[in-house]
Design a protein around this ligand. Structure first.
Ligand code: ARG
Length: 460
């Protein structure tokens, strides 16, 4: 079915119809489309286009369309142009000619904005739930090994020792920002567009605030042309989704390495790994690799809408129908990846002795030594040099930090005091990093408590 045709002498070419139809993907907006139309029917009654009985009849018809549309057969054989059209065809089947009144003073340009915003608002809410659940699992894993010492890296080289929960809480911060970004996006999504007409504002005196309130919107849009031309809210979501996928991809990359034979720090559950069809020994981190892979797909969705929008003249152009597949796909991939990551986190275990030994056997303590010298009065630049020479001498002699004795240390450079020998163990130097945001054990214990308190406040 079409919602237009009077001006045409012949119907659309079959190729064009196939090319331009969007029902096969925008059908997922059907519930939002019906809910929006129910609020609109109430408003049509208030302005005198529908009688009370007509309004109630249409509202009931939309309810039955919503129910029917939940079964997959609903769309079989439907050759309507888009979701808005299939809903009106079904409405006609149920309400007869009365259905012809529903589109009074309304355009699909604003309707598609309303439907997408309703759908996206719910999608953001469920995404935030998934994100919060992941954060809970991460904090649990941080607590489980709260005293574990691991090497922290820069340039993929052992840099300074940190506590395992400190490392995990770094991701907590990233995902917490992602949560904030999603909630900020929700505010911009949650603005009510109906009443804008095709671009110039509707010709009927609708109470836009009343419709907005009925559908749970916080505000109404301020400019009808902006409504028809705008997809910022979709891109805001795609940016928030991309950032979340970026963080998921980076933790995936870490854990692919940490669970491999070269690191051997972590074990991922059998349930989230797969074997090889040829090599019997393999236990591959496919779940994490897929998350990493899907991140690229989500970034591409953001890019795709940017490129589609950048040259469009005011206001609506049919190009904009191309927003939906990237938007839906990104939301699907993000939700699935968050769920997958939580399952991986829940399955993961740390073998704390392995990263602890990696820290002990490397020179992650060098900074602690240099800083101890500086605390005792040696200018930092000289302290850095002395510690550097100590590392060089050790590397040349094949000595690990723990091989040094206090006497050897003070003999190496008079600036060293004999009690500085305790700093040869990475867990010691960490105790100096107790300022907020540092990896000192007390600072990390506080950070863990704070993370838990934040989670609790997000749950209520
Ligand atoms: N299917 C269209 C879309 O997604 C709905 C709006 C149609 N408007 C129009 N002027 N053809 O953008």
């Amino acid at each position: 079915m079409k919602l237009w045709g009077g001006r045409f002498e012949s119907g659309p070419n079959e190729v064009f119809e196939r090319f331009s139809g969007s029902l096969h993907f925008d059908k997922r907006l059907i519930d939002a489309d019906c809910r929006g139309s129910q609020a609109f029917a109430r408003e049509l009654c208030r302005v005198g286009i529908l009688t009370l009985d007509e309004r109630d009849l249409l509202i009931a018809a939309f309810d039955s369309i919503r129910t029917e549309a939940r079964s997959p057969e609903f769309f079989i054989g439907a050759d309507d142009e888009d979701v808005h059209t299939v809903v009106i065809r079904k409405l006609k089947e149920k309400a007869g000619v009365l259905a012809d009144k529903i589109h009074t003073g309304r355009s699909r340009n604003e309707q598609v904005s309303l439907d997408s915003r309703l759908w996206l608002r719910e999608t953001i809410d469920s995404t935030v739930q998934l994100l919060t659940a992941l954060l809970e699992s991460l904090v649990k894993l941080a607590r489980q090994y709260h005293g574990a010492v691991i090497p922290g890296y820069t340039h993929t080289r052992r840099a300074q020792a940190v506590l395992w929960p400190h490392y995990i809480l770094a991701y907590f911060e990233m995902f917490a920002r992602d949560r904030e970004r999603l909630l900020e996006t929700r505010k911009r999504v949650n603005v009510f567009p109906l009443g804008s007409g095709a671009l110039a504002g509707s010709g009927f005196p609708f109470d836009r605030d009343a419709m907005a309130r009925e559908l749970g919107f916080e505000a109404i849009t301020r400019n009808s042309m902006d409504v028809s031309a705008d997809r910022d809210w979709a891109m805001d979501f795609l940016y928030a989704a991309s950032m979340t996928m970026l963080h998921l991809s980076r933790i995936s990359e870490d854990w692919i390495l940490y669970s491999g034979e070269e690191f051997q720090w972590m074990e991922l559950g059998d349930g989230v790994t797969s074997g090889s069809s040829l090599m019997p020994q393999k236990k591959n981190p496919d779940s994490l690799e897929l998350i990493r892979g899907k991140s690229g797909r989500v970034f591409a969705s953001l890019t795709s809408i940017y490129i589609m929008m950048k040259g469009l003249p005011m206001t609506y152009n049919r190009d904009m129908q191309e927003d939906k597949e990237p938007l839906f796909d990104a939301a699907d991939q993000l939700g699935a990846s968050l769920e997958m990551m939580k399952a991986v986190v829940d399955s993961a275990s740390l073998k704390p002795e392995i990263p602890a030994a990696a820290a002990e056997q490397s020179w992650v303590v060098a900074t602690d030594l240099a800083e101890a010298l500086a605390r005792a009065g040696t200018p930092f630049h000289s302290a850095h040099k002395i510690a550097g020479r100590l590392v060089l001498a050790s590397v040349q002699a094949g000595k690990k930090p723990a091989d040094w004795t206090a006497d050897e240390l003070t003999a190496f450079a008079p600036e060293f005091a004999s009690d500085m020998i305790r700093l040869m163990h990475p867990a010691e130097g960490m105790k100096t990093r107790e300022l907020p945001g540092g990896t000192g054990p007390a600072a990390v214990a506080r950070a863990l408590d704070e993370a838990e308190a934040r989670l609790t406040s997000w749950r209520t």
